[in-house]
Write a protein that binds this ligand. Structure first.
Ligand code: ZN
Ligand code: ZN
Ligand code: ZN
Length: 371
């Protein structure tokens, strides 16, 4: 693993805020409101806890950004984002009025998806002439195209997830509970530099047919297919990879289904190139599974974006015509789920380059036999 990357600078964050304000203007918005969460981290580097006290970044085209912040948290905000103008409010005062003054009382604003209803309703009550739209709806690609420093972090997170897979292949599966293997996965992700583990799916035998089964008390048996899908954050950027392993020798059908998913994943990856639509990636992967007769068992979209979160736009799904652009990063993760029997999923994070896709997960996609 490489060392810790250089932190983003105040200049980096100012450029991102400017881009967001410009994109808002292009989208016909009067501004953007950003609550604590991934958008605020990406725009400012400030990561406060989400509480009932209002913290909100106000971005308006052609104006300096302002962070509305509780007085007691203002020192933390100033330390995290030293060049950002703060408008603090003390307990007992109305923070929505203070924010309203920045919005000039009317207009249409993008609001970060994870803004608490409490806060949005508070604003709406004070400012009946304002209208709001979800930020990912208004500006789906605000964080979608990664710069070189972000791609380095995503590659490092992917490498750490790959190192985790190489180690987890060696642990015993048969006779242990899914939760035991999941704990091993979490420990390995942290050992390889993750600061946060978001999910550790260990779905054995029939549990593998449920794409979002996490890990339970089921004891893994010889003969089980086991879907492994894990990820989290390293240096603030996400990892997410899936491989399906078999405990002992697989039978012919298990091998055949795994081969189909592997071919589908390859087809999805090969569809990645600048100018292709997101839905083309889904179509390419899905066609392989449909032609093999398993179409009805591929029950989710083919992929999702990844960045400062592990699930974000763009989505690789039928109907998404957004064109792929170099620097986008997303998963390609087809699967086949046979109810009551087993499931197979194979997932790599892929980034778009001028020449096509580049995988950020590079472990073998062959069916691996574990003990
Ligand atoms: Zn089996
Ligand atoms: Zn995953
Ligand atoms: Zn995923």
């Amino acid at each position: 693993m490489t060392g810790t990357p250089a932190p983003f600078t105040a200049g980096d964050y100012e450029a991102r805020m400017r881009r967001a304000a410009d994109a808002a203007a292009d989208a016909g918005l009067d501004g953007v409101l950003v609550a604590p969460g991934p958008d605020l981290v990406w725009l400012t580097g400030y990561r406060p806890v989400e509480t009932e006290r209002l913290t909100v970044l106000v971005l308006r085209p052609g104006q300096d950004p302002v962070l509305v912040v509780p007085t007691l948290e203002a020192p933390d905000a100033a330390a995290a984002a030293p060049t950002l103008a703060l408008r603090d409010w003390t307990d007992g005062k109305d923070p929505y009025e203070a924010t309203g003054a920045l919005l000039a009382g009317s207009g249409r604003f993008g609001v970060s998806d994870n803004t608490w209803a409490l806060h949005l309703l508070g604003l709406q009550k004070r400012l009946p002439d304002t209208r709001y739209v979800a930020l990912t709806e208004a500006l789906p690609m605000l964080r979608g195209v990664k710069d070189a420093a972000e791609l380095d972090r995503l590659a490092a997170a992917g490498a750490a997830a790959d190192a985790t897979y190489e180690e987890i292949r060696k642990v015993p599966f048969a006779g242990r509970r899914e939760t035991d293997v999941a704990a091993d996965v979490a420990a390995l992700l942290r050992q390889f530099g993750h600061s946060q583990v978001d999910f550790t799916i260990v779905a054995s035998g029939p549990n593998g047919a449920n794409p979002h089964h996490e890990a339970g008390d089921r004891v893994i048996e010889r003969g089980d297919m086991v879907v492994l899908d894990f990820g989290g954050l390293k240096h603030g950027y996400g990892s997410d990879t899936s491989r399906t392993v078999h405990v002992g020798e697989p039978d012919d059908e298990e091998r055949a289904v795994h081969d189909i998913v592997r071919e589908a994943q390859e087809a999805g990856f090969r569809a990645v190139r600048p100018g292709a639509a997101c839905q083309d990636v889904d179509r390419a992967a899905r066609a392989v599974i449909t032609e093999a007769g398993y179409g009805e068992y591929f029950i989710h979209r083919t992929g999702h974006g990844i960045g400062v979160t592990t699930h974000e736009p763009p989505y690789m799904i039928e109907g998404e015509e957004l064109p792929l652009v170099p620097g986008m990063c997303f998963s390609v993760e087809p699967g086949i789920y046979l109810p009551g029997r087993f499931g197979v999923r194979i997932e790599d994070i892929v980034t778009v380059t001028e020449d096509g896709g580049r995988r950020l997960n590079t472990t073998s996609r062959e069916l691996v036999i574990v003990d």
